[in-house]
Unconditional design. Structure first.
Length: 170
């Protein structure tokens, strides 16, 4: 690693630590020539896939678009910024590890809806209304019914797992 102070190529690592999210390594370095110390951040270099829009256009993945969509859906909802960051991280991780060079925009929309369904159901319906271009109240009503059915199935499955665990413990 080249020293940013004197441009010498001979530096040594003094200390290495993982970042909080464990996605990068922070290294403390010292220059053999001038003695100055500096830090570097080492991350895996993975490319996000291109996003294929519904009209066939291809564009680079833009996390700012995703952030804006989430912020609109979550406006005035009791979801803290940490939860939003986790959603963004999980979606980006899914995209990075997919191994795909291209991904359909609708697949990203589905990822977002799956995350919102778990975090805040009102935000989910808001996002779905824009994403699926609801044209009337019936479309809202149908989506809410679908959400209620999924919620009931999830609750029943949770109760069944809890009961099974109780039976095993006894």
């Amino acid at each position: 690693m080249r020293c940013p102070f004197c441009q010498n190529d001979d530096t040594r690592v003094i200390d290495s630590r993982l970042t909080e999210d464990r996605d990068a390594v922070r290294r403390r370095r010292s220059c053999e020539a001038c003695g100055e110390r500096f830090s570097t951040l080492e991350e895996a270099s993975l490319k996000l896939p291109f996003v294929v829009k519904s009209n066939g256009d291809r564009e680079h993945y833009d996390s700012n678009k995703l952030v804006r969509g989430l912020e609109r859906a979550l406006e005035k909802r009791p979801v803290d910024s940490n939860q939003i960051e986790q959603i963004l991280h999980r979606i980006k991780h899914t995209l990075l590890t997919s191994g795909e060079r291209e991904i359909q925009a609708r697949q990203i929309g589905e990822l977002v809806m799956n995350e919102l369904r778990e975090v805040d159901q009102v935000a989910y319906v808001r996002f779905a209304s824009v994403y699926r271009s609801f044209q009337d109240v019936d479309a809202f009503s149908e989506e809410i019914k679908r959400l209620q059915q999924q919620t009931m199935r999830g609750r029943k499955a949770s109760r069944a797992r809890a009961q099974s665990k109780l039976n095993k413990d006894n």
